[in-house]
Structures are given as C-alpha cells and as structure tokens.
Design a protein. Structure first.
Length: 259
C-alpha cells in the first residue's frame, strides 16, 4: 500500500476503504473522514435506506462510494460483500470494522442466546470482516490496513453489559495477534478505542442530568466526544504515516481513562 506522494502521507487518493456500519454515527463520520482524504468508500451495513443516503453524502465529497447490504455476523454475506467491493471498486486497501451493537441486561438474567446475539456481531463480525479483507490483501499483494473500532469498555468494568465488554476485550487480543501474523504481508492492524461519544443511542442517556454531569466532570476535556472526533485517527491509521505502526490501540476519550 505504499505510494509516491512525497510528504502527502495522509493522502488516501486511489485507495478503497470498507467501513462496516458506515451509514450512521461513528461509522459514517469515519467514512466521511476517509473520503475527505481521497479514499473511495464501500459501506457494508444492514439498513439500505440509511446506506443510500450515506453514499450520496460521500459522493458529494468527490469520491466513488457504494453501499452493500451486509450483516457482518453472516459469513456468506461478508464474503459476498468483499467480492462485490473488489468487483466494483477494484481493490480493498483499508478495512474498518465498526459495525456493532450493545444491550443492557442484568448478568444473572442474561441467556446464552442474549450473549451470543451480541458477540456474533461485536466479535465474530470483526473476525469475518478482517478475514475476508485480509484474504484479498494477501492475494493481491501490496499491503493494507485493518482497523477495529473498540471501546473503553475494553478496560473498564461495564455492569449489565458483559457481552459487549467481553467482545471489545476480544478485539484487543485479535488485533495484536493479527498484527504479528500479517506483518510479513505489510498489513498493519490496529484498534481505536472511543470514550463517551454522543451517538444517537447515548444521547437518550445524556438527557439524564446526573449521568451527563458525571461523565463531563470525569472527562478532562469537559465534554462528550462526537463521531467526528474519531475520523482523524482512522485517516492516520489508514495512511502511509502509519506503515510502521501496528498491533496498537489508540484511545480517543478526552482524557477520561487517565483522570
């Protein structure tokens, strides 16, 4: 994935990025950031109406974009999305595994079905996404980037969200292991660990004043993050500037975890 752009190390022109769950929230913000840096974008997501709207927004930035219906927990759908992306856009240089979900359930009341419904998307879905994209990158040659969107739930206890936290903890181990195994193919594998980001689901909780004030007081930046706060770090990890940066997790939390 090397380039001859001189010192334009953050220029992603000519590259193709996949963003799972890239039709809203953090995923769309990341897709938008990569597009502004010049990358063509393939959105893999389930909501086709949202995906079509996202494609129009990305195309307005002057890049090629397409949306493919894909449930990342479905092995056949992920394989088909990878094949269709390569057929339409020619290659995949960057894979951002962002699709995920969460649920709040008391641990003693959590069924195995509840547990597996979440881990199938939040952990198995990343495995499937990375495996299919990495297969293409290795066969094509030239390297690439794999970026997992994790959470500070990987390092802090999350009562009533154990399946989510366990999935994010698994991502850290997956990223480090893949970074070692795929390094010989010039594929860098990293994770981004968002803090408290004001996505639509969280905005409902933010209306509870005590919760809002507790998080803001604990965060040195004195605010919740926005989805756009995640875009720049993903552009960096997708770029030539990060060719010697692998197996790492970059935390973007306004200082929450160090205060």
């Amino acid at each position: 994935m090397s380039s001859a752009k001189g010192d334009r190390v953050f220029d992603l022109s000519g590259r193709v990025a996949v963003v799972t769950g890239g039709n809203g929230g953090i995923g769309l913000a990341i897709a938008r950031g990569l597009a502004k840096a010049g990358a063509a974008i393939a959105i893999w997501a389930r909501d086709t109406a949202k995906s079509e709207a996202a494609v129009k927004e990305l195309e307005a930035l002057g890049v090629r974009a397409l949306a493919l219906p894909c449930d990342v927990a479905d092995e056949a759908q992920v394989a088909a999305a990878a094949e269709q992306t390569v057929a339409a856009l020619g290659r995949i240089d960057v894979g951002v595994a962002n699709a995920g979900g969460s649920a709040v359930t008391a641990f003693l009341e959590t069924t195995l079905a509840d547990w597996q419904k979440l881990t199938r998307v939040d952990l198995d879905g990343v495995f499937l996404t990375f495996r299919e994209i990495a297969r293409h990158m290795v066969a094509r040659g030239g390297g690439g980037r794999l970026i997992a969107i994790s959470s500070i739930g990987e390092i802090f206890g999350m009562p009533r969200q154990e399946a989510y936290a366990a999935s994010k903890g698994g991502l850290g181990a997956l990223v480090r292991s893949l970074a070692v195994e795929l390094a010989r193919h010039d594929i860098q594998v990293n994770a981004v660990q968002p803090g408290w980001i004001a996505t639509e689901p969280l905005k409902r909780a933010m209306k509870w004043q005590r919760f809002h004030d507790t998080i803001v007081h604990r965060t040195p930046a004195r605010r919740f993050g926005t989805p756009d706060d995640l875009a720049g770090v993903c552009v960096y990890l997708a770029s030539d500037a990060a060719r010697f940066h692998t197996g790492d997790t970059l935390r973007v939390d306004g200082g929450y975890s160090v205060f």
